[in-house]
Design a protein around this ligand. Structure first.
Ligand code: R5P
Length: 303
């Protein structure tokens, strides 16, 4: 017998519930509790042996805790003899730490990939990774979905818009986005102070005066990139700024600063749960549930 089961960690249950609803499945019975000293305890209560299982867990704040929770779920499913277990990780926390930026720094993303494998997961399904360095850190297969069509649709693109690549790291992502949308592309030169995190835009390759701008980034973390790039573009005559990003990390004072910024419209997804106090009027949230459900359905068909 081969059943398909869907489990959710605690980091983004609303997204897991949406996926379950689309797939017409119930979320599996799992207890995730914490001892008085805050250690996590996981207990899977369903029959698992021989079944194909998907576990949905974003590694959002607090990433350490959500990672351990995911790994404990993987270990429990492994010990119950699941046939194949997929870690569905809409937002891969720690992925920003994908290289040694300063001598002596841990390459955290590489170790996180190992944790996920060792926990017993057979494959990973994720969305719009921060960089091309990440997939090779995994020894298990990784399927990465793109949000470009989803976000482009949500932003109502028109043929007069100009795509702006905010930094060197986003170059190939922006090029692909501009090509798919058949729009012209302009590059910004960005410098970030690695100690303070402050961002400075120091150059631009084209003319944006009187144009509507669309920026397609992977993450809004502190909001510095979005805010400084938009300020720079408006100072160069841009008419309207649509800032699209897959993962709304929105750390620290990001949402307050974005609210006061010159950005006209922010479009993000729900790979990370966004609490109501962060849902400001210029922030539009589109769900990745249909995208993930379609890929899970596709994977199920192959088993
Ligand atoms: C840069 O490499 C990324 O693509 C994002 O632009 C960056 O991580 C966003 O971070 P923040 O919001 O802190 O500027």
């Amino acid at each position: 017998m081969n059943n398909f089961l869907l489990f959710s960690g605690t980091s983004n249950r609303p997204l897991a519930q949406k996926i379950a609803q689309i797939l017409k499945l119930n979320l599996g019975n799992i207890e995730i509790t914490r001892f008085i000293d805050n250690e996590c305890r996981v207990c899977v209560n369903d029959e698992i042996a021989g079944n194909t299982v998907f576990v949905i867990q974003s590694l959002s704040q607090i990433a350490d805790q959500n990672l351990v929770e995911l790994c404990l779920i993987g270990q429990a499913l492994y010990s119950l003899k699941a046939k194949l277990v997929t870690a569905v990780i809409p937002w891969l926390g720690y992925s920003k730490q994908d290289k040694e930026f300063r001598r002596g720094e841990a390459v955290s993303a590489q170790l996180v990939a190992k944790f996920i494998e060792v926990a017993g997961f057979n494959q990973v399904l994720t969305i719009q990774l921060h960089s091309e360095k990440l997939v090779p850190y995994f020894k298990i297969p990784v399927t990465e979905l793109s949000t470009s069509a989803l976000l482009a649709h949500a932003a109502n693109l028109n043929t007069e818009m100009v795509v702006v690549s905010p930094d060197q790291g986003g170059k190939s992502r922006s090029e692909k986005f501009a090509q798919e949308a058949n729009l012209t592309l302009v590059y910004l030169k960005k410098e970030r102070n690695l100690t303070t995190g402050e961002v400075k835009i120091t150059g631009i390759t084209g003319d944006v005066a009187g144009k509507e701008i669309v920026i397609f980034d992977d993450i809004i973390n502190t909001g510095e990139t979005a805010i400084r790039a938009s300020e720079f573009l408006k100072n160069h005559g841009a008419k309207k700024i649509y800032f699209l990003a897959t993962h709304a990390v929105l750390a620290g004072l990001a949402i307050q600063n974005l609210k006061q910024s010159v950005i006209d419209q922010l479009v993000v997804t729900d790979t990370i749960f966004i609490p109501s106090d962060k849902q400001i009027s210029k922030l539009k949230v589109v769900s990745v549930a249909p995208l993930l459900a379609a890929e899970i359905r596709n994977m199920i068909k192959q088993y």
